[in-house]
Write a protein that binds this ligand. Structure first.
Ligand SMILES: *Cc1c(COP(=O)(O)O)cnc(C)c1O
Length: 462
C-alpha cells in the first residue's frame, strides 16, 4: 500500500515510512491511496475469530507484505498480551440494544492503549530492522501521554518528549506519565492549554531542518498507524452483534477525530454501520462544523472530560480530504484560511457527504453528570465522563432502536475519580497494578509556551 498526503504536495510513502514520519512534509496527514474492502462473505468468515486474528485480517492490507504476515501476527499478539481482559475490548450491555464497548483494559486505562501498544511494537520492529533511532515528541490532553510513554519506555531506539498542559490533566493522568522514570522518557508541563501543546509539536514538524536533525516521529493520532489500529474494534464489536447481516451504530466521544474517523474507515471497508455519532463536550468545534459547515476555532473550556478539551481537531483534515474527493489544493486552501482567519467554510457538496456519514451533538457538563448518574442507578455500571458524553449523544441521536447502538467507552472510571464520585457517591478503585500510583515519585519539567525554549530543551536532553 502507498500513502498520500492530504495536501497533495509531499512524496507518497510506504507503510514503514508513514509509521516513522507522522506529519507529511507539506503539513498534511497521510492516508492510504485507496480503501481496501471486504465482501459480506469475508466479514462473515471473521465470526468466531479472536480479537488478534480479526486485527490481522483488518490491518494486513495496509501493512503486508511490506511487513511479512507472520512477523505482523507476532507484533499483534505481543501488543495485546498487555491487556487485562481476554476479549481485549469486551462489550457490556446497558439496556435493550444499548451497549458500551470497553476499550480501557490496556496498561494505562484508556482506549489509546489499543493503538499505542501496537505502535510501540511496530516502532521497535522497524527501527531494529533499519538499525535506526527516533525522537518522539507528542502533545497530550492526558491519555495519549501515558499510553505513548508506556509503549516505548525503556526502548534503546526511541526517546520520548511528552508535552502536557500544566494543571489541566487529572492527577491520575499526570502521575501515570511522570512516575515513569526511564532515561528515555522526558515529561514537560507547558504553561498553556492542549492546543498550545499541539501547536508546538506541529511547529517542530514544520521546521524541516530541526525535524531531520533529531529524526522526529509522532505518536499523536496524526500518525496513520494509530488510526489504523482503531478500525479493528469496530469490526470485532459489530460482528459480535450480528454484522454483516445486521447493521450496527456507534457513538464516539470525540476530540481529535481519530477514533470516530476509524469508524468511518471501517464503513468504507464494507462494515455495515448505520450511524456514527460524533459526541463532543462543550468544546464543540466538531459538532458545530458538522451541523453548520463552519470550522471556527474558539477558546478551550476545561471540563470533566479533559481528553476532549480540544478546539483544533487534527484528524478532521483526513475527512475533509475524503469529502473533497482527494483534492489536495482545496485542502491547502482551507488550511490557509484557518491559519489566516481562524476559520474556514466547507462547501455544500462535501458538507452533505460528511452529514450523510455523521450525526453530531454537543453534550453539556450537566448532561454528562446526569448520564453517569442514570447509567449507575439503572444498571450499576460506573462510566467515566468521556463515556457518558458518548452515551448521552447516542441516546439523543439513535434513529432506529432495532439497530444495536454501541457507545465507545474510552476510559476506566478510576481515571477520572472526582467526577464519578461526585455523581455516584462511590470512589472508583484503580486496578491492582496501579494501586500504589499516588505513592510513586514524579519527574517532570515546566516550560513556557515557547518554541525556541522547547527546541533547546530537546537538544540538551537527547
Ligand atoms: C483521546 C480521548 C478521546 C478522544 O479521542 P479522539 O481520537 O481524539 O477523538 C476520548 N476519550 C478519552 C478517554 C480519550 O483519552
Amino acid at each position: 500500500m502507498r500513502y498520500v498526503s492530504t495536501r497533495g504536495e509531499a512524496p507518497t510513502l510506504s507503510f514503514e515510512e508513514v509509521l516513522l514520519t507522522g506529519l507529511a512534509r507539506d503539513g498534511g496527514l497521510y492516508l492510504p491511496e485507496k480503501w481496501p474492502t471486504f465482501t459480506t462473505e469475508e466479514i462473515k468468515a471473521m465470526r468466531g475469530k479472536s480479537y488478534q486474528e480479526i486485527a490481522f485480517l483488518v490491518m494486513a492490507p495496509y501493512v503486508c507484505p511490506e511487513i511479512p504476515e507472520n512477523d505482523f501476527k507476532e507484533l499483534i499478539d505481543k501488543a495485546y498480551s498487555s491487556f487485562r481482559h481476554d476479549g481485549i475490548v469486551p462489550l457490556s450491555q446497558l439496556d435493550n440494544n444499548e451497549w458500551i464497548l470497553e476499550l480501557f483494559h490496556g496498561p494505562t486505562l484508556a482506549f489509546k492503549d489499543v493503538a499505542l501498544q501496537l505502535l510501540g511494537n511496530l516502532f521497535e520492529y522497524v527501527l531494529k530492522k533499519n538499525n535506526d533511532k527516533i525522537t518522539i515528541v507528542g502533545a497530550t490532553s492526558g491519555d495519549t501521554g501515558s499510553a505513548a510513554i508506556d509503549c516505548v519506555q525503556g526502548s534503546s531506539r526511541a526517546q520520548i518528549f511528552m508535552l502536557h498542559p500544566k494543571g489541566r490533566v487529572s492527577d491520575v493522568q499526570r502521575k501515570q506519565m511522570t512516575t515513569v522514570i526511564e532515561d528515555n522518557v522526558h515529561n514537560i508541563a507547558i504553561e498553556g492549554d492542549f492546543d498550545n501543546c499541539q501547536a508546538l509539536v506541529k511547529a517542530l514538524f514544520n521546521d524541516l531542518e530541526f525535524r531531520d536533525k533529531i529524526s522526529l516521529s509522532a505518536v499523536n493520532s496524526i500518525n496513520w498507524a494509530r488510526v489504523m489500529a482503531q478500525i479493528v474494534y469496530y469490526f470485532t464489536s459489530a460482528i459480535a452483534l450480528g454484522a454483516p447481516e445486521r447493521k450496527v451504530s456507534f457513538s464516539v466521544p470525540t476530540g481529535n477525530f481519530g477514533d470516530v474517523y476509524a469508524g468511518y474507515i471501517a464503513k468504507q471497508m464494507g462494515l455495515p454501520i448505520d450511524q456514527l455519532v460524533v459526541a463532543t463536550n462543550v468544546n464543540d468545534i466538531l459538532s458545530r462544523t458538522i451541523n453548520g459547515g463552519e470550522y471556527k476555532v474558539g477558546e478551550t473550556i476545561p471540563t470533566i472530560s479533559p481528553s476532549m478539551d480540544i478546539q483544533v481537531s487534527s484528524n478532521f483534515e483526513r475527512l475533509l480530504y475524503n469529502v473533497y474527493e482527494g483534492d489536495g489544493a482545496e485542502i491547502r486552501n482551507l488550511m490557509e484560511n484557518l491559519k489566516q482567519s481562524g476559520l474556514f467554510k466547507i462547501a455544500d457538496e462535501p458538507l452533505n457527504k460528511a452529514k450523510m456519514n455523521f450525526d453530531a451533538m454537543r453534550v453539556s457538563e450537566e448532561e454528562t453528570k446526569n448520564t453517569i448518574s442514570d447509567v449507575y442507578s439503572r444498571g450499576g455500571h460506573m462510566i467515566d465522563p468521556h463515556t457518558a458524553v458518548g452515551v448521552k449523544a447516542a441516546r439523543e441521536n439513535w434513529r432506529d432502536q432495532e439497530t444495536p447502538m454501541v457507545s465507545l467507552s474510552t476510559a476506566h472510571p478510576a481515571k477520572f475519580p472526582e467526577a464519578v464520585k461526585e455523581v455516584t457517591g462511590k470512589h472508583p478503585e484503580l486496578p491492582a497494578h496501579m494501586a500504589d500510583l499516588f505513592e510513586r515519585e514524579e519527574k517532570f519539567d515546566v516550560l513556557p509556551n515557547d518554541l525556541e525554549v522547547l527546541k533547546k530543551y530537546i537538544l540538551e536532553n537527547l
